[in-house]
Design a protein around this ligand. Sequence first.
Ligand SMILES: *[C@@H]1O[C@H](CO)[C@@H](O)[C@H](O)[C@H]1NC(C)=O
Ligand SMILES: *[C@@H]1O[C@H](CO)[C@@H](O)[C@H](O)[C@H]1NC(C)=O
Ligand SMILES: *[C@@H]1O[C@H](CO)[C@@H](O)[C@H](O)[C@H]1NC(C)=O
Ligand SMILES: *[C@@H]1O[C@H](CO)[C@@H](O)[C@H](O)[C@H]1NC(C)=O
Ligand SMILES: CC(=O)N[C@H]1CO[C@H](CO)[C@@H](O)[C@@H]1O
Ligand SMILES: [Zn+2]
Length: 450
Amino acid sequence: MLAAVTLLVLHLLPAYGHSPAHNHNHIARNALPDTWFQPSDHAVRALFARDDFPAVGSDAWVASLPPFTPEGSQTPDITKLPQAWVDAYNAAKAAGNIPNIPPSTTGGQYPNNLDPMSSDICSSYIGCRAPEDHFNVPDGTLALNFDDGPTEFTGQLLDFLKTNNEIATHFVIGYSIQQNVSAWQLLLDSGHDLAAHTWSHHQLTTQSDMEVVSELGWSMNIIYLSTGGRVPRFWRPPTGDADNRVRAIAKYVFGMEMIVWNQDTEDWSLTETPPPTTTAIIAGQMNTWLNGPKSPGLMILEHELSNLSIGAFMAAYPLMKSAGWNTQSAARLVNPDGAYRNSAGPTGTVTAAGLLDFKGDGPSGTSNSTGNTGSSGSASSVKPTGSASGTGSKPASTGAGASSNASSKNASASAPSSSSPAATGGAARLDIAWFNALVFGAGAVACMML
Ligand SMILES: *[C@@H]1O[C@H](CO)[C@@H](O)[C@H](O)[C@H]1NC(C)=O
Ligand SMILES: *[C@@H]1O[C@H](CO)[C@@H](O)[C@H](O)[C@H]1NC(C)=O
Ligand SMILES: *[C@@H]1O[C@H](CO)[C@@H](O)[C@H](O)[C@H]1NC(C)=O
Ligand SMILES: *[C@@H]1O[C@H](CO)[C@@H](O)[C@H](O)[C@H]1NC(C)=O
Ligand SMILES: CC(=O)N[C@H]1CO[C@H](CO)[C@@H](O)[C@@H]1O
Ligand SMILES: [Zn+2]
């Protein structure tokens, strides 16, 4: 039995095109103490099983990741995915849990005039929200969350947060971790919450199913590998771009929940020339939101990308406190059990208990479809837009409606006008402001244009 389990582990160990050399480089795991062995029959174990956790930055750690691509971030080679991920995807697809939506040509635009706001597609890039999307937080709370790290500015941000006794959720990019492993080490040492933001920051709806598997799997894996086996519960789509196909892969293959946001400063663009926004504009937005209604809570999209973006947060922080907001890490607001499925926070013991609610349909998964993603072959039921109201230009209109989502007590929000669309942003780092309003009708997916 033991031998069988060991074989299984070696077979499944996520390595990237090399044989998984057994590593005995067991150096202290930062603030993250425990090695953990998932039950061998569990779906998530099958995806990430390994019997050691090499020191961050060590040769064995590097060898367990996709190769660094100095020419720029790329989706890791889909012919070199761990077989367990491929099997889990195939099982989810065969179970009818991954809808046949064609890749978009760019966020929110689909071939054959398919309607991105239809309930079959539900493009989050242009504001469609599915019931399981997390975009609000409880009344009176303000979610601390930073995307696109780690970066050279992470240290400064962590110092500021530590001074103010705050913990945040960091939606990290795998490639960015490779670019600055010492900044990653600072994040690991900080005890902050970690969540996945893909490997290379591409818009996932433009990618094939297996590319999405690669982007999500490797970004989960680098967190798992670096934290003594913690399985991230949450991910955030680059540029906010997901649809029911991408949602389903995240949910049914990897058991992850999607967090978006309900306000956006476009702070990522402060370093553009000319900048679509400015520090002064952001200060005005912050002033409005922070002095505004406490219901729902605020989940403002923020980035640790530049000195200017972290500066905009730091400048607003005093008002967050003086206006009475209860500031907390986004992951902890969305789910009191926090950022990981299998441990109480970054320092709690790693245990299998938290995995029992995993709703995978992988090789060892046990659950039926519970989502809204419809049956297999649903592409034929995806409706064309027919009219000019759909894709392309900035969506207009607002929505009001009452509903609730998994984390908000009150979703009767105002729907402020959204800020400008994609701008440009050279690199693939356009986090757009389509998430200002919240609102979907009761029941299934109802989509609101912003
Ligand atoms: C890596 O990040 C750290 C911490 O944010 C920073 O001090 C350092 O300058 C960065 N290194 C590079 C090469 O950017
Ligand atoms: C970053 O901004 C702060 C002020 O917010 C400034 O004091 C510091 O010099 C800046 N650092 C860099 C590297 O630009
Ligand atoms: C799956 O669904 C079928 C039919 O609804 C049901 O009989 C079965 O118990 C379900 N299995 C699980 C694991 O929920
Ligand atoms: C929800 O918000 C509305 C408007 O702000 C308010 O009247 C209502 O009392 C709130 N409901 C709850 C449950 O907080
Ligand atoms: C539809 C939905 O997910 N509703 C949830 C909204 O949030 C409340 C409070 O957390 C939950 O109890 C509901 O299930
Ligand atoms: Zn991003």
